[in-house]
Design a protein around this ligand. Structure first.
Ligand code: FAD
Length: 375
């Protein structure tokens, strides 16, 4: 056996799923968490996300005894969603209870809660694994400051560690899922684009947009302090940039004043349409959070699933690490059922005719004088 450092658990990815698991795995285990991000606020690779904590995510944080610090919040806090249905030419407002956060600071807050007995490697990219003598040999690459280009660059050398349990908490585009679960059903893959625009105005609601000429999923507008975030998520086979521009054109036509973006980013987002697309364990490998396909196919809400699955994984490993697979899979039955139910909801929300009926009925819609000066 080579001299590579031996761990009980290696967690790849320090998003909400990975950081929660690292925090909760028992002290008796030797744990390493790695993330390619630097986790400093200055120039962090930001997770492309709307940064809204839905009631389910709030509930998970409450169950863990956590309250979101003020420093993590973005403004304004919004109490409604404006639903713009361009297919049916309808607008409705509904009461919603989101918490608007700065997603970078939220992730950093959860990362900083990981106790000192856990080894942490940031700026560290997972490259792959091999199985050797019943353990996983994990290859990592560290990003270092390159004096010549004055940028962070991947070092030439590999860093190798060994582990009994390898956890993929590496998000929608999980390299571990791609390697270990090859040949198994995978969630549908979409591409998300988000751009930030300066705005002098206040938009006191979250806006969701249904327009089947843009996407069979949805688009959104969320204010983040002095900036307006406009995003959409596009199914495979369509050009995401063309579809995004189509969204902007449509919004401008509706009277929105949209200037040049100050920041933009894109990422893979999973849409789990069938529960068999959810992949949880294979031998000593476990997936948590979006890496496992745990994300709402109706709203793209994923933070609650990330935290919940991490809690279940921690329970399973803490109870009996060698048979964590069985316990974790059993614990996730409720999550799978929930995603199945969200798919039923999807059939209604994303059906133009049913959505029209719901919106025309004004069931649960807010009364009041919503004016359009916020555009
Ligand atoms: C555009 C968009 C908007 C969204 N809006 C919301 C929202 O408003 N509310 C909500 O609840 N959910 C939202 N979601 C979903 C939510 O962001 C995810 O479901 C959630 O972040 C999943 O958490 P996670 O910890 O599983 O993965 P992630 O948060 O994706 O974290 C994965 C981590 O793994 C790291 N990583 C990945 N690959 C490697 C590698 N090879 N080596 C090392 N590290 C690696 C990444 O740097 C990252 O830190 C949105 C998603 C998208 C794409």
């Amino acid at each position: 056996m080579d001299e590579a450092c031996m761990y009980d658990v290696v967690i790849v990815g320090a998003g909400p799923a990975g950081s929660t698991l690292a925090r909760m795995v028992d002290k008796k285990y030797k744990v390493l968490i790695v993330d390619k991000r630097p986790f400093d606020i200055s120039d962090m690779d930001e997770k492309c996300c709307g940064g809204l904590l839905a009631p389910d995510a709030q509930k998970m944080l409450a169950e863990l005894g956590l309250g979101v610090p003020k420093s993590v919040l973005s403004g304004p806090q919004m109490f409604s969603v404006k639903t713009l249905d361009f297919d049916n030419d309808l607008v409705r407002y509904y009461q919603r209870f989101y918490i608007n956060v700065n997603r970078n600071l939220f992730d950093k807050w959860l990362f900083d809660l990981i106790p000192d007995h856990v080894d942490k490697k940031i700026n560290c990219c997972y490259k792959g694994y091999t199985i050797q003598e019943g353990t996983y040999k994990v290859t990592l690459k560290v990003r270092e400051y390159d004096k010549n280009s004055s940028r962070m660059a991947m070092s030439d050398d590999n860093l190798v560690v060994r582990t009994k349990i390898l956890i993929g908490a590496d998000g929608g585009n999980s390299a571990i899922r791609h390697q270990a679960f090859i040949g198994r059903p995978q969630p549908d893959t979409y591409l998300s684009i988000q751009k930030w625009y300066k705005t002098p105005r206040t938009m006191p609601f979250y806006t969701s947009i249904f327009d089947s000429s843009i996407t069979d999923f949805y688009s959104w507008l969320i204010q983040k302090d002095q900036q307006l975030l406009i995003g959409t998520t596009i199914q495979k086979g369509k050009n995401p940039n063309t579809q995004y521009n189509r969204l902007i054109d449509r919004l401008v036509k509706e009277g929105y004043e949209i200037g040049e973006p100050v920041k933009q980013m894109g990422t893979v987002i999973l849409r789990t349409r069938k529960t068999k697309q959810i992949q949880l364990t294979k031998d000593g490998i476990g997936l948590i959070g979006e890496a496992a396909g745990l994300i709402s196919p109706s709203s793209a809400e994923g933070i609650s699933y990330a935290i919940k699955s991490a809690v279940y994984m921690a329970d399973a490993i803490n109870q009996k690490s060698v048979t964590f697979q069985k316990k974790y899979t059993k614990a996730c039955i409720g999550i799978k059922r929930n995603i199945w139910f969200k798919n039923i909801k999807t059939m209604v929300i994303y059906n133009r005719f049913f959505r029209k009926l719901v919106m025309l009925s004004k069931i649960l819609a807010l009364k009041g004088n919503h004016h359009h000066s916020e555009k």
